[in-house]
Design a protein around this ligand. Structure first.
Ligand SMILES: [Mg+2]
Length: 284
């Protein structure tokens, strides 16, 4: 089977591993499954996850970590070959993912500095980019927002890694990529194409990264947005109760939005995956 596995709330919670999940995934890979990790977090380059997951005993290589940033890069390479120069409003990991697929990247930080020093508008300062790629920029400034909005208004394709309103940290919720995207959207009057969950594109790119189709996947996640993404591609899903969603919350969700199965812990997930393996793929 192809297992698309969310990270925070499934494999680990903050810095602590979720008991048994890494070992279960290693056992599934030994049985022949493909495991690809999918996360809406766009801030880190994919190798940043490898050491951490390997230390937990999870099966991992850099190309089996598909963040919303990596998925955006893969999407552009596959579907938008005309885009050569990109303005990136986001973290350094997102810039690096864009450069990896051969894009000519200008950072919003660099363009904002040029804009003020040379007294030119944002899109000229950014070298008239073909696209504006927007994720969570933890060093966001007004000038960076202005550069991104100028470029979109001048006709650059506007693409968002994801629209999560918040980002969970040890000290509570911080503004997420969706907050930054909303600012550019309002300032430019343009709605972006969004790659991350709950839409289908992150899962599609993650499946394609290992030469598979997303419809045959089993999405394993702890948030209803993970399950929504599975419905969007038409694949099966398992909701883990080890993260942000409770049974009480699930009970209030319409039946059509429910996952294929619900697992309280790694042991239950293991039993569910054995059952799914013997039933045909496709949503059900
Ligand atoms: Mg999660």
């Amino acid at each position: 089977m192809l297992l698309l596995v969310d990270l925070d709330g499934v494999v680990y919670r903050g810095t602590a591993p979720v008991p048994g999940v890494a070992e279960l995934l290693a056992a599934r890979v030994a049985l022949g499954d493909d495991v690809v990790y999918v996360t809406n977090n766009s801030m880190f380059y994919r190798t940043a996850y490898v050491t951490r997951l390997a230390e937990m005993g999870a099966p991992v290589s850099a190309d089996r970590v598909v963040s919303s940033g990596r998925a955006t890069a893969l999407y552009l390479r596959e579907h938008e070959p005309g885009i050569r120069r990109a303005l990136v409003l986001g973290a350094s990991g997102l810039e690096r993912e864009m450069r990896d697929v051969g894009l000519d990247v200008i950072t919003a930080a660099h363009a904002a500095t040029r804009m003020s020093r040379e007294g030119i508008d944002g899109t000229d300062a950014a070298g008239r980019p073909d696209a504006v790629i927007c994720g969570l920029d933890p060093q966001l400034t007004y000038a960076r927002l202005a550069v991104a909005a100028d470029a979109v208004r001048a006709g650059a394709r506007f693409i968002a890694t994801n629209r999560d309103p918040t980002y969970p940290t040890e000290r509570g919720f911080q503004p997420g990529a969706g907050t930054v995207v909303a600012a550019v959207e309002v300032a430019s009057g343009t709605v972006p194409l969004t790659i991350g969950k709950p839409g289908p594109l992150l899962l599609e790119e993650a499946a394609r990264a290992v030469g598979r189709g997303a419809r045959e996947a089993v999405m394993i996640g702890d948030a209803m947005s993970d399950i929504a993404a599975a419905h969007a591609v038409g694949c099966r899903s398992v909701l883990m109760l080890t993260g942000v969603t409770t049974r009480e919350r699930l009970a209030r969700v319409a039946a059509a939005e429910h996952p294929t199965a619900v697992a309280a812990d790694a042991a239950e997930l293991g039993r569910i995956l054995q059952e799914l393996e013997t039933s045909p793929a496709g949503e059900g």
